[in-house]
Design a protein around this ligand. Structure first.
Ligand code: B12
Ligand code: SF4
Length: 491
């Protein structure tokens, strides 16, 4: 691979605020993995890179626009890249406009789940964005920057959509990165100190904690899920690379707990066993949690994970109603969910479950059933949210083909400006409950799950350290702040 000639080229990569408001601490603010991964590849090629994590700034209460403007006038970057999820689109548009007004000759490109799903649409919405990457960003960004430095067109870069004579042009799809071990570790040195990010209390068992990604692509085809970036071909880093990144995080940042953000950590059984064996051998004494598939785990695997430092497993359960699980193409059944959750607990692991309300034709009774199911499972933590169709998902494609939903004008994105992901208003009502009822039903779900004497007593009995007390108090404060917010908004 040829290296960049201009060693002094400087690129600014931006992770935007995820909404217009600070989130409650009920959600987490973690280091962005997309821009840090891209930065690491650019640095390897001799390109100078700076990252602005404006989401972090926003969560710290620091106004982000002055930060952005200072960075732009300071750097005059050769190119600017921005991560773009659907909830962040309005902020991305503002950022791109600021870049173009202050540095009109710097090309602006965006990547991430939203442009990967709707590339032409984003280019139509904003004249300030010159090109978007559909899919993985590491090599496409490198090529975009090479072209930017040479003032060459972007139009034929695989996986890139750009603006031609007025119209958006999409090139052929880029290839997925087959061997993830060829990528360097994320350039975390370009971020604020890791310990300044925060994670909700149920996401760690001790501090400092950080997040890490070890695989891409999900082999499942749930109809509501957006797989526009990584697709369905599961690719995973080797166990030795993962363990050495954990070792590095421990040595360099004192990390004692890691959260695997892979969509599923357990898709490749052999890799899980290999990883656990290496964690035991290295004896890093770092604990971890991961998302796992209900159909992927078994008793042996769960025991092995526990022995290798795992303390919590997170399952996407979604519903307690078989009819809805089938409609979602979840390919799991309620009996198996109950059995797997019980086995996970029996292996000594905490269990967290994720649920959604407002799926197609879901009735109020279905919602009650889901809440009751979550309680019956004796989960340690449950998360409930109102379902909304995400660009990149099958549900979104079919609803938009029917003309029932669209993300084609800036106003379409306003619903995401509410400050926290858990209590978003529904974008479209798919179930039988009224739009105005849904927020109340989410609130009820949280209340019914967490405000039970048995649950609270159970949590108190699990307290082993001062940190546990702190975590529980933080969780309670975040939870009541969340509910208070509801009450105020409803008043
Ligand atoms: C971690 C995570 C979060 C964290 C975000 C923290 C953070 N700082 O990153 C938290 C927990 C806060 C979060 C919240 C939410 N999330 Co989230 N989250 C994820 C998750 C699991 C991992 C992200 C990650 O790190 N991936 C690994 C990195 C390497 O991938 P990446 O970021 O996509 O980056 C690659 C490409 O996108 C591209 N790229 C990225 N940035 C850039 C920039 C440039 C310039 C270029 C060229 C390319 C590029 O290149 C990168 C490397 O190949 C993804 C699922 C997934 N597997 O990606 C969902 C995901 C991003 N989340 C999603 C959603 C929907 C949400 C929520 C709305 C969920 C909810 N119902 O509450 C909220 C949003 C909150 C809000 N108000 O905005 C969707 C987004 C779909 C969409 N159309 O936007 C995803 C894709 C899940 C899914 N499959 O549906 N999330
Ligand atoms: S919801 Fe989970 S299991 Fe289903 S496709 Fe998405 S990441 Fe995969």
């Amino acid at each position: 691979m040829r290296t960049i000639e201009s060693k002094s080229a400087s690129v600014l990569l931006i992770f935007p605020p995820l909404s217009s408001k600070r989130s409650l601490r009920v959600t987490t603010c973690m280091p962005p993995q997309g821009v840090t991964g891209i930065a690491a590849v650019l640095e390897r090629e001799g390109i100078r890179v700076r990252i602005l994590d404006l989401n972090f700034a926003q969560q710290k209460g620091i106004p982000w626009r002055p930060l952005l403007r200072d960075a732009l006038s300071d750097m005059r970057p050769a190119a600017v890249g921005i991560t773009c999820t659907t909830p962040a689109v309005l902020n991305v548009l503002e950022i791109a406009a600021d870049v173009k007004s202050m540095c009109p000759s710097s090309p602006v490109f965006a990547g991430g789940p939203h442009p990967s799903a709707l590339p032409e649409s984003l280019l139509r919405i904003s004249r300030d964005i010159d090109a978007v990457v559909c899919g993985e960003g590491e090599y496409a960004s490198l090529e975009l920057i090479r072209r930017a430095l040479d003032h060459a067109p972007f139009s034929d870069i695989p996986g890139v959509a750009s603006r031609g004579e007025g119209e958006a042009i999409k090139s052929r799809p880029g290839e997925v990165i087959a061997d993830l071990d060829e990528l360097p570790f994320p350039a975390r040195h370009l971020l604020p100190p890791l310990h300044e990010y925060y994670y909700a209390g149920h996401c760690y068992d001790r501090l400092p904690v950080t997040s890490i990604v070890t695989s891409r692509g999900c082999p499942q085809f749930c109809r509501f899920c957006s797989q526009a970036v990584f697709g369905h071909k599961y690719r995973a880093r080797g166990a030795s690379s993962v363990v050495s990144e954990i070792g590095y995080l421990k040595k360099k940042h004192g990390v004692r707990c890691v959260m695997f953000m892979d969509e599923t950590f357990t898709a490749d059984k052999r890799r899980v066993y290999d990883f656990c064996a290496r964690m035991r051998k290295e004896n890093l004494k770092v604990t971890w949690l991961c998302y796992a598939g209900i159909n992927e785990v078994d008793d042996d695997m769960l025991r092995d994970m526990k022995g290798a430092g795992c303390f919590q497993v997170y399952y996407g359960i979604e519903s307690g109603v078989q009819r809805l699980l089938d409609l979602m193409h979840k390919k799991i059944d309620v009996d198996r969910i109950s059995a797997v959750v019980a086995r996970t607990r029996a292996a000594g692991l905490e269990v967290r479950g994720q649920f959604m309300l407002n799926y197609f034709n879901e009735t109020r009774e279905d919602i009650q059933k889901t809440i009751a199911f979550a309680r019956k499972l004796k989960l340690d933590y449950a998360e409930f949210s109102v379902f909304f169709p995400l660009p990149g998902s099958e549900v979104f494609s079919s609803l938009s083909a029917e003309g029932r939903i669209s993300f084609s004008r800036p106003a379409d994105f306003e619903v995401f400006q509410q400050g926290t992901s858990l209590f978003l208003d529904p974008i479209i009502v798919l179930g039988k409950a009224e739009k105005t009822e849904l927020r109340g039903l989410v609130k009820k779900a949280y209340r019914d799950f967490y405000l039970r004497a048995g649950y609270i007593l159970g949590r108190l009995l699990k307290i082993r350290s001062v940190q546990d007390i702190r975590k529980n108090l933080e969780g309670m404060a975040a939870f009541t702040a969340g509910l208070d917010r509801f009450y105020k908004e409803e008043a």
